[in-house]
Design a protein around this ligand. Structure first.
Ligand SMILES: [Zn+2]
Length: 126
């Protein structure tokens, strides 16, 4: 299975394993597993924590530092407009970024040799 395809499926909020079922039940609620292939999206709760932090908080921190220490808005209104220009895309793409985090977790489980994930990926390839 192609790594970029897995990440693309995550961005599109589809199962990183089969690409058919939705990762989220609602806008922000994660399904437990794929309805098509039974792939468990978060096998060990907390394993995807690093990906969530990198995929979400890290970029938010960079944008906030850039806004307040590099750009330094001259007025409250300018700051509010710049803050909105950063926050609106971040909020709108939150499920997509979280889908990528689930896909990264899938890739790491495969890389680290998690038996359940490796066996499912091998079955899908054959
Ligand atoms: Zn699936």
């Amino acid at each position: 299975m192609n790594k970029s395809e897995i990440l693309k499926r995550g961005w599109n909020k589809k199962c990183p394993h089969c690409g058919k079922s939705k990762i989220f039940a609602t806008w922000f609620t994660l399904n437990e597993k794929c309805e098509e292939c039974d792939f468990v999206f978060e096998q060990n709760p907390g394993d995807s924590w690093a990906f969530w932090i990198i995929g979400d908080r890290f970029f938010l921190g960079i944008f906030m530092i850039a806004l307040f220490w590099v750009i330094k808005p001259e007025s409250f209104q300018t700051g509010l407009v710049l803050f909105s220009m950063i926050m609106i895309p971040l909020i709108l793409t939150m499920p997509n970024r979280m889908g990528v985090c689930i896909a990264l977790d899938c890739l790491s489980r495969n890389y680290l040799g998690d038996e359940k994930t490796v066996n499912k990926i091998k079955k899908a390839q054959s």
